[in-house]
Design a protein around this ligand. Structure first.
Ligand code: UT7
Length: 369
């Protein structure tokens, strides 16, 4: 039987750090509130576009796998914060790494996009359609944030990471997964102003208002992730105590603790990055995977559990068997262009939008009465 082993991994975090104290200088919030309610201390703000973040992560993942760009057969780009809808993001990466004529498509299930991409790429390798794939989770949330809204502005950050999958005869890579969606709850997380519903309706692109029911998202996230963990473990005939490390989506430390409790995995086996990056949507899980490898938390043959949730409200959990190699074969010389601007300075133009938010009732998107 053919499996899809993870043979390369790489991340790209923009260097500018936005601290809770920085946020408290523009919003009615405090470091104490953010840390105690979410676990977040700081997050990154990108000085470059999404393709650049994704490309650097991809180049690093390819080097780690010892694969040249021209050998890549499939590129899957998971994101909800595209530079452009058309052309898609994956075709830009294809051009940058010289992978012509590899298949290249984007996936958007919000924060779960990387893991949904991992599922589709794994399936295409396991069924023999392609022999390898580059799967990217990258997100540039900061330009789409409503920086006047403390309910959401404190939660998110920018970042990117990628993995390389290659066909293998050994039992490794994604062994089981549960994918799902609570479509009935799709209105609890909507970014107004982002999408065709608002096109030519008097909305300045990127000027957003977030429809965000934090407590209901919290409840659904815990329910979706823990039920998906149970289903994926059952599918692979494994019990929770077989899990070596949980690499979860990181939106709120209290959500992660509740999922760990329900799944019967102790927090010592849960890898956390939320304190330093916040919620990077689809980049969160692959960045955490890269950090876990760098910190020696993934050992050869380890069993990983990766639960996630996102707008939609999508949820999933993946059971992954790691292979024999936990170090990169090579490193890449590719770097982001340098940046010397502080995060608040990068956000200057976005912050200016505070003066012209979308007023309630000012727009009638398609599909609304
Ligand atoms: O990928 C999907 C991403 N979304 C999520 O993961 C969201 C999931 N939900 C959550 O993480 C939590 O619900 C939040 C962190 C968003 C909010 O935490 P909470 O414990 O549910 O707080 P709350 O909404 O009940 O708000 C408590 C208080 C309110 O004040 P009052 O009404 O009690 O006076 C809020 O107005 O905290 C206030 N508040 C803030 N205060 C300071 C809300 N945001 C802030 C803030 N700083 N940033």
């Amino acid at each position: 039987m053919t499996y899809a082993a993870i043979t390369g991994w790489g991340k790209c975090l923009p260097p500018a750090v936005l601290s809770n104290r920085d946020l408290a200088s523009i919003l009615d919030t405090s470091d104490e509130w953010i840390v105690s309610r979410t676990g977040i201390h700081e997050r990154r703000i990108s000085h470059v576009g999404l393709e650049e973040l994704g490309y650097v992560a991809a180049a690093r993942a390819l080097a780690a796998a010892g694969l040249t760009g021209s050998a890549v057969e499939l590129i899957v780009f998971g994101t909800c914060s595209h530079d452009d809808q058309v052309p898609n993001m994956a075709s830009g990466i294809q051009r940058r790494i010289g992978a012509q004529p590899a298949a290249a498509y984007d996936i958007n299930t919000a924060c779960t996009s990387f893991l949904y991409g991992l599922s589709t790429a794994t399936a295409l390798i396991r069924t023999g359609v392609v022999r390898n794939a580059l799967v990217i989770g990258a997100e540039l949330i900061s330009p789409f944030m409503d920086w006047a809204d403390r309910d959401v502005a404190v939660l998110f950050g920018d970042g990117a990471a990628a993995v390389v999958l290659e066909a293998s005869e050994r039992t490794e890579g994604v062994l089981a997964q549960k994918l799902g969606c609570y479509g009935d709850a799709r209105e609890i997380l909507r970014v107004q102003g982002m999408g065709g519903r608002y096109a030519n309706r008097g909305v300045l692109y990127g000027v957003t208002r977030w429809q965000f029911e934090g407590q209901e998202i919290f409840r659904r996230a815990v329910q979706g992730m823990s039920s998906a963990c149970d289903a994926a473990l059952a599918q692979s005939n494994l019990k929770a105590d077989a899990v070596d490390l949980v690499v979860p989506h990181q939106a709120n430390l209290r959500i992660i603790e509740a999922v760990a409790r329900r799944t019967h995995v102790p927090m010592e086996k849960v890898f956390l990055t939320i304190q330093r990056y916040g919620n990077m949507s689809s980049a969160t899980v692959p960045v955490a995977l890269c950090d876990a490898l760098e910190e020696g938390r993934v050992h050869p043959g380890a069993l990983l559990l990766m639960p996630s949730f996102g707008g939609g409200l999508s949820f999933c959990a993946h059971v992954v068997r790691w292979g024999s190699r936990t170090t990169a074969l090579h490193t890449s010389a590719v770097e982001l262009p340098p940046n010397d601007r502080p995060a608040l300075e990068i956000l200057r133009d976005c912050l200016a939008r505070k003066t012209r938010p979308i007023a309630t009732g000012a727009i009638t998107p398609f599909g609304d009465a």
